[in-house]
Design a protein around this ligand. Structure first.
Ligand code: PHE
Length: 470
């Protein structure tokens, strides 16, 4: 095992790939609309607080668990205890479910690169209707989703160092540059101040239990936590790398990009007198509207923006894909190519259902649950599985793995120190499981979709029961 495990080609390669996994649609598509529809800065403050406490601790824990076992999510749990295998399997399921809707949005981003060049911006008044017409049509968005998925298949089929790492090395830095340029343009528009106030002047009157669960879910989703992704990436990490500092860098980069996306969108949005609570269409409707009012340069900026969005989506979706594929390789001994193609076909079917659920199938939601496939995959993962996945990981690390083993893993067998070890350990063992449970309960109570919640919990219970089968 030791000799055959693939490794990251270099430290910077690992960092860029892990940051590439974290930075994605979660930061640029989801973060702004979550902030926009949850009252702006109050949501952002809660999100930041969760990210640098619970998120950072879980990030370090996942990387440590993965590298210690040198196995992906399921194997890493099984390595310590067969009874815990289900927690890893739950992560694989989450990865699968997220890949049921993520490529749909990735496909939209890809489509908007093309649409930016073909007259999307010519009629600013029609941009909203054009987006609605596009995502509800039966063929176009499905075709773009498939195109996006094919890109994933090609990258993941090439394996860790060859595909994912190379893609991250080139694409991540270009994304960063693109966002900074967009942010500068946005902040310097006349009237941008209202957007900055919306982002940075907190108003806690709109905060409810749901806001906390939404912020925690957003934090986990954005950091790729709670579903074994960072366990999987950690399993390819060299023994000489320092986990705590790498974890901090990844968390900071991810948060930085989310805030940058907010800075790129909200000041311009307010400058043009548009609506912050536009929902999932925010990026696709408001941003092109903003660009449309800038004249010729707007077309160029729009292309740059949607290339960046596609790139960010791609480096994240390959990591989701990799969780599923690594499970099939490590636990089921399926060759990489077959694992990639097999799971890719299932994802394509799920993606088609998710896409159609926004259009031709929107009148026929899933019985009892009352939502379509897109919302089902989204809510189940973001609001239930990731939070509970994080809670299970914290309990596993705090109560199953030996403290000395953790210390050895986090200090590279004493080769360097990790000053925050005791604090981290107690946070993971006692505080985080309780904190997540409280947020989940408070948030779940104020969410209407009880049937969905029950379904999610039922799935977890069944997984726990059959833990040894994975
Ligand atoms: N973090 C990614 C994003 O923000 C999504 C993701 C979630 C990737 C979970 C991997 C695992 O878009």
């Amino acid at each position: 095992m030791e000799a055959t495990r693939e490794n990251w080609g270099s430290r910077i390669g690992f960092l860029l790939a892990a940051a590439g996994s974290a930075v994605g649609l979660g930061n640029i598509w989801r973060f702004p609309y979550m902030a926009g529809s949850n009252g702006g800065s109050a949501f952002i403050i809660i999100y930041l607080a969760f990210t640098f406490t619970i998120g950072l601790c879980i990030m370090i824990a996942e990387l440590a668990v993965g590298r210690r076992a040198k196995l992906a999510a399921v194997g890493a749990y099984k390595h310590s205890s067969e009874r815990w295998t289900f927690a890893g399997a739950l992560g694989v399921l989450s990865g699968f479910l997220i890949m049921g809707f993520y490529p749909v949005v990735g496909g939209w981003a890809l489509a908007y690169v093309w649409k930016s060049t073909t007259g999307l911006l010519a009629d600013p008044g029609a941009i909203g209707a054009a987006f609605g017409g596009f995502i509800t049509s039966p063929v176009q968005p499905v075709a773009w989703m498939l195109a996006f998925l094919v890109l994933n298949v090609v990258i993941v089929a090439k394996g860790i160092a060859g595909g994912i790492e190379k893609a991250g090395k080139i694409l991540m830095p270009s994304l960063f540059v693109m966002l900074v340029l967009l942010g500068i343009r946005s902040i310097t528009l006349p009237g941008a101040g209202a957007g900055l106030a919306f982002l940075f002047r907190p108003d806690f009157s709109a905060v409810t239990g749901t806001t906390f669960l939404a912020a925690l879910g957003q934090s986990f989703f954005s950091l790729s936590l709670g579903m074994g992704c960072m366990i999987t990436y950690g399993s390819y990490l060299k023994k000489s790398e320092k986990i705590p500092s790498n974890g901090l860098i990844i968390v900071s980069l991810d948060t930085g990009v989310a805030l940058l996306a907010g800075l790129a969108i909200f000041p311009a949005l307010f400058a043009f007198g548009l609506e912050p609570a536009a929902g999932p269409g925010l990026v696709f409707v408001v941003v092109p509207s903003i660009f449309a009012q800038m004249g010729g340069i707007g077309v160029v900026l729009s292309i740059i923006f949607f290339v960046a969005l596609t790139v960010a989506a791609l480096t994240s979706s390959v990591s989701l894909f990799e969780v599923v594929v690594a499970y099939l390789i490590d636990q089921k001994q399926i060759p990489r190519i077959r694992a990639v193609i097999g799971s890719g076909v299932v994802m394509a079917i799920m993606g088609a259902l998710a896409s159609l659920s926004l259009g031709v199938m929107s009148g026929t939601p899933i019985p009892l649950l009352g939502v379509g496939a897109f919302d089902l995959f989204d809510i189940l993962t973001d609001k239930i599985f990731l939070a509970i996945g994080g809670l299970l990981l914290a309990v596993f690390v705090g109560w199953v793995i030996r403290k000395d083993d953790l210390r050895a893993e986090l200090t590279n067998d004493g080769a360097h120190t990790f000053g925050g070890f005791t604090l981290w350990y107690h946070a993971v063992k006692y505080v985080i499981p309780v904190a997540i449970a409280v947020v989940a309960v408070v948030g779940i109570i104020s969410i209407e979709q009880t049937a969905l919640m029950l379904l999610g919990l039922l799935v977890i219970a069944v997984f726990a029961l059959f833990s040894r089968r994975f």
